[in-house]
Design a protein around this ligand. Structure first.
Ligand code: PLP
Length: 486
């Protein structure tokens, strides 16, 4: 006996995961009342202060299974089309769970570490990126955009003789050029990187909601005239709002002409390169100095995984390297005989996280399971869903489609027949959306397209069927007719 204390055991994985799995299977059937419209009965059940003494593993898992999981968030419901993030498909979720224990970190030479790099390569290929693009995983598109802008900043300031990552920014005036429809994580990245959110110049969009290239050129010319250092031109390959794809080649050529880094934000849309109908819209992707994609959006990985790819990972190093720490550097020999001889690919020096889950395994698992053809079939299906909504709305006498979908987002509204006055339509469609999400199981979002309020279904859910697509349109017509007294 050593006299050291022994604390209670916490149960086995197989025992608890089986029960959690059964609860998740039940949750995923969505045959219970909608958690969003109930009077939040679970809040009382969960209220309570920090326990002095634990209830133990058994009771904790029981509460998880009985109270928390059934009152989760209905994003995985096949009728949910409100976000551009999706619920995970089954295999990547299981893979993520396994990684939590079998490789709680991505560094050191484990099988998980190996597929971290391999899956980045597969993902780049899947998205039509050239082999010279090397990546690092991040928690989401927000951080991936931050990394790419950090690399752009590093590169742009190096051109002006400054190591921005090490020495800071000096007094150089800078600009990042992105369309008004670009994701706001670009502004936030600029803020975090010390460039300032206001350095992002909002470039107007055309009728298709794509960046106006003439306006972009004019802004670059004005910046040059004013002595502004152009840090990056950002094109979005699939805007979050409407799935619009900026003209990549024109943007990339302008970036080169003005000595700016060229970034492609493909957080949502880059997997569309798998659809031959859409691939031509991504022409010019090879000009990118950096590109991001979020497997936790269209690819169905569990939330918490995006990839930032750059032409040259040295720029990420310069921007984000972690200064040496004894407790990390000291223990590795650099040999590759055993897992702990080396940290392996030094991802932690290319991003803002040291500890990080092994995220590649989720991407690996879904690509292994479905293959390129399986992923392509689903991407094409989702694009067909959006096109179907567009077609049904165009053909219907009382609906209007505001946009021909480029990706899997549609934007439609109820207008009545004869069409009601424009000033009444925003309010009618807002009321329609409110009733839709309260009375039915459908849950698209709304957005504004050319200052008009529209209903915006975004199809990224692996589980959505054709009946859910036509069913949504039918319900919009039914509620619209009631509201309009038709
Ligand atoms: C969702 C999205 C982001 C942000 O990604 P998160 O994973 O939500 O952090 C950035 N850019 C675009 C185009 C997006 O759609």
């Amino acid at each position: 006996m050593t006299g050291l204390p022994r604390l209670p055991e916490t149960g086995s994985f197989s025992q608890f995961l089986r029960r959690v799995g059964e609860a998740l299977d039940a949750f995923e059937r969505y045959d219970q009342p909608d958690p969003m419209t109930r009077a939040h009965a679970w809040t009382a059940a969960l209220a309570g202060s920090l326990p002095d003494d634990g209830v133990g593993a058994e009771a904790t898992v029981a509460e998880l299974v009985d109270v928390i999981v059934p009152n989760g968030q209905r994003i995985a419901d096949p009728r949910f089309s409100g976000f551009v993030t999706a619920a995970p498909s089954t295999v990547p979720l299981v893979a993520a769970t396994a990684a939590m224990l079998a490789s709680p970190q991505r560094q050191t030479l484990s099988a998980f570490h190996l597929i971290e790099e391999q899956s980045l390569e597969w993902l780049a290929e899947l998205c039509g990126l050239r082999p010279h693009m090397k990546g690092v995983y991040a928690s989401g598109g927000s951080v991936a955009n931050l990394l790419a802008m950090g690399a752009a900043r590093q590169w742009a300031f190096a051109g002006a003789g400054l190591d921005a990552g090490a020495d800071g920014l000096g007094s150089q005036r800078v600009a990042i050029y992105a369309s008004v429809e670009a994701h706001h994580t670009i502004q936030r990245a600029a803020g975090v990187l010390g460039l300032g959110r206001r350095c992002v110049r909002p470039i107007p969009v055309d009728d298709r909601m794509c960046i106006d290239v003439d306006e972009l050129r004019a802004a670059l010319v004005a910046g040059r005239g004013g002595g502004v250092l152009p840090v990056a031109v950002v094109a979005t390959a699939g805007t979050t709002n409407t799935g619009a794809i900026d003209p990549l080649r024109a943007c990339g050529e302008l970036a080169a002409e003005f000595d700016a880094w060229f970034h492609v934000d493909g957080a949502y849309g880059l997997p569309a390169s798998l659809d031959p109908r859409v691939a031509p819209l991504l022409d010019g992707l090879e000009l990118a100095d950096s590109a991001i994609v979020d497997p936790h959006k269209w690819l169905g990985a569990p939330v918490g995984v995006a990839a930032a790819f750059v032409r040259d990972r040295a720029q990420l190093f310069g921007a984000f390297t972690q200064e040496p720490a004894d407790y990390l550097e000291g223990s590795f020999t650099g040999d590759v005989e055993c897992s702990f001889d080396s940290l392996g690919v030094p991802y932690a020096d290319m991003t803002v996280e040291l500890s990080s889950p092994a995220r590649g395994v989720t991407v690996w698992s879904l690509l292994k399971e479905q293959g390129k053809s399986g992923v392509a079939a689903r991407i094409q299906r989702d694009i067909d869903y959006a096109r179907t909504v567009h077609r049904l709305a165009t053909e219907h006498p009382r609906l209007q489609s505001l946009l021909e979908p480029q990706l899997s987002v549609a934007a439609i509204r109820y207008v009545g027949n004869p069409p009601m006055p424009d000033r009444e339509l925003d309010e009618l469609n807002r009321a329609l959306h409110r009733r839709l999400i309260r009375e039915t199981r459908y849950l698209p979002s709304t957005t504004t397209v050319r200052r008009v309020l529209t209903i915006r279904p975004c199809f990224v859910n692996t589980r959505t069927t054709p009946e859910h697509v036509t069913g949504l349109v039918d319900e919009i017509i039914r509620i619209g007719d009631q509201l309009a007294g038709a």
